[in-house]
Design a protein around this ligand. Structure first.
Ligand code: ACO
Ligand code: V55
Length: 283
């Protein structure tokens, strides 16, 4: 989308809210707090458009996915996503589902910028897909998570279970998938569903700290490192070796200065130690 002057028009509407800050963090919010930020078809479309737009927006160096008010996201909207599409032709249901996965997994899992899920509250069912698709996740200790599908009479759909299998141990996954029990942020940290759980009043500061760490490094190097991990895990070792060297060489090509400075400042200037921190980018 663009105006006659060629200026890009921000594509989010009422169900997604975006804030930018001086650290180049784009704060993307699920924004239906009165419905506990449940994902309806409109939100899914707006979220896709938002993520797509921010990939080429220089105000976004790192994307934080969070929720307005006291929820992260209460999962799929049982009324608008399920009940109201029940009577529709299969083709319509398929479209509605694809609009969800287009952003929850297809766009987000290999997003071109670093992503952090900042889980500020309720996180249920379908919300686990975008949660796991984010590169990193920080939760409030008192956030509430659950695979609540069995509690309302369905099995987890979409990629919920696949995403869990990628992330947490089998025992925990089976327990929560089969019982529908909810758990808190501390438990989510313990089973590595999130990187860290912090007290709610420290959630934003810790997220900013982590985001700034990511933006202090070479963006092409961070991107290459991320894509290398995302894509290589299902490859054979032979193919992975070739692919990871291709990413390695590509990152050097995209940001030759990073590697040159990295080596020079350590080996010649002796001004830093790569094992303990990054090189200086000051002029
Ligand atoms: N789908 C549709 N509407 C929802 C959803 C949802 N997933 N979650 C909350 N809402 C709506 C409620 O219907 C209610 O709407 P209303 O004000 O028009 O009546 C409003 O949000 C507030 O909900 P309450 O239940 O009153 O809020 P409360 O703070 O007491 O509880 C909680 C919050 C625990 C999140 C509760 O709303 C809940 O259990 N929601 C469903 C969670 C869930 O199981 N999601 C589906 C996961 S499975 C999947 O995604 C496929
Ligand atoms: C779920 C989630 C979906 C879906 C069907 O179990 C079921 C939750 C994220 O999308 O399309």
């Amino acid at each position: 989308m663009s105006t006659s002057e060629g200026t890009a028009v921000e594509p989010w509407g009422n169900t997604v809210r975006v804030e930018f800050d001086e650290d180049k963090i784009a704060w993307v919010h699920f924004n239906r707090p009165e419905k506990r930020n449940a994902m309806n078809p409109t939100l899914n479309r707006e979220m896709y458009a938002t993520l797509d737009f921010l990939e080429t927006d220089d105000r976004c160096a790192v994307l934080v996915l969070t929720g307005s008010e006291d929820s992260w996201s209460a999962g799929m909207d049982l009324k608008e996503y399920f009940r109201e599409t029940d009577g529709q032709p299969r083709s319509v249901q398929n479209k509605v589902r694809t609009e969800g996965t287009n952003w929850q997994f297809r766009k987000l899992l290999s997003y071109s910028k670093p992503t952090i899920a900042m889980v500020n509250g309720w996180c249920f069912g379908g919300a686990f897909v975008p949660l796991v698709s984010c590169d990193l996740a920080i939760a409030a200790e008192d956030a509430t998570f659950g695979l609540s599908e069995v509690n309302w009479g369905v099995t987890p759909g979409n990629l919920v279970t696949r995403a869990l299998a990628e992330t947490i141990p089998t025992r925990d996954a089976m327990y929560y998938i089969m019982t529908g029990d909810h758990f808190d942020g501390r438990k989510a940290e313990q089973m590595r569903l999130v990187n860290e759980a912090v007290p709610a009043d420290q959630l934003r500061d810790r997220t900013i700290e982590l985001a700034k760490k990511l933006t202090s490094l070479s963006q092409s190097v961070v991107r290459g490192a991320k894509m290398g991990f995302r894509h290589s895990r299902l490859m054979s070792w032979e193919v992975a070796e070739d692919f990871l060297y291709a990413k390695h060489d590509q990152a050097i090509l995209f940001d030759t200065d990073a590697r040159t400075q990295g080596m020079t400042q350590f080996l010649d200037d002796k001004t830093y130690r790569p094992g303990l921190g990054t090189y200086s980018t000051a002029e």
